[in-house]
Design a protein around this ligand. Structure first.
Ligand code: SAM
Length: 272
């Protein structure tokens, strides 16, 4: 998936991203309600090519295709909004949709040079546990494939693991009352143990009802047919061994039998 062709298609896709196309594609109810979740089954996803039985997103792993679809469904309407992206890395699809739909995009990323200060309208160094902006600055805060890494033990680089509580305190601090959040994370893939194990209740505990309302949890690719199964594989297990300390070996073995899927969370900061 890291081939040159894939990178070119990925870059091109972000370059030509059009919020109006995304708005039209995701205007209807694209999910099915099930057990307190919104399921986006591949069979009914607007991105499915029904004839060829493939996802029409032309790059990435099955998981990355869902990430792209989730971004298009959630981030195509930003008119007049001041929006912060956490952990933007090098993927600019969300930024392009935000700015092209009339929003102001700002980003913080721990892998940016430390002397590159983020300013409203541009990205720079920063991380979720210490967001370098004043209280109640943003209408929306979002993060793509970053949440699962904040509290990961083996960060492999720049910074020590963050405490999730401190991260969510910071997000609440910089969000305006009534402001919204959008986060996605892979389940049964990597990162902090609660994401590897798919412990959704533990993840949801970070959104207490006295601070957040209208919590919506989506499961993308949880029902993957008619597309292929995308399952955890041996190369991931080394990291799992380091990350997982609160669950039994038996529980971990069970999880290895589950398919990988994408979790998205959106919620609104309560108005006091
Ligand atoms: C898998 S990459 C995803 C990057 C990009 N959002 C994307 O979708 O391709 C995870 C990103 O999260 C960033 N990250 C890790 N810990 C973070 C933290 N505590 N606060 C903000 N970003 C963090 C990493 O530096 C990295 O860029």
């Amino acid at each position: 998936m890291h081939s040159l062709g894939n990178s070119i298609r990925k870059g091109w896709y972000s370059l030509v991203a059009n919020p109006e196309t995304a708005r039209r594609q995701w205007a209807g109810q694209y999910w099915q309600d099930a057990d307190g979740f919104r399921n986006i089954s591949c069979a009914k996803c607007p991105k499915l090519d029904e004839k060829l039985k493939i996802c029409r997103i032309p790059f990435g792993t099955p998981l990355r295709k869902c990430v792209v679809a989730g971004i298009e469904a959630h981030l195509h309407e930003a008119k007049g909004k001041n929006i912060l992206e956490l952990g933007f890395g090098r993927f600019s699809l969300a930024k392009n949709l935000v700015t092209r739909s009339g929003g102001i995009w700002t980003g913080v990323e721990p892998h940016q040079p430390k002397d590159k200060k983020p300013e409203i309208g541009r990205g720079g160094y920063g991380h979720t546990e210490d967001i370098p902006f004043a209280d109640e600055t943003f209408d929306m805060v979002f993060g793509i494939q970053t949440l699962e890494h904040w509290g990961q033990k083996c960060t492999g680089a720049a910074m020590a693991p963050s405490e999730y509580e401190a991260c969510f305190d910071e997000i609440l601090r910089v969000l305006k009352p009534g402001g919204t959040i959008y986060l996605d994370a892979p389940i049964h893939f990597h990162g902090n143990e609660m994401f590897i194990m798919g412990d959704i209740e533990r993840i949801k505990n970070h959104f207490p009802g006295d601070q957040w309302r209208n919590l919506v949890v989506e499961r993308w690719r949880y029902d993957y047919q008619p597309l292929e199964r995308y399952a955890p594989y041996a190369k991931l297990y080394e990291e799992w061994e380091e990350e997982i300390t609160s669950y039994s070996g038996e529980e971990v073995e069970k999880v290895k039998q589950n398919p990988i899927w994408l979790l998205t969370i959106s919620a609104e900061k309560r108005i006091p």
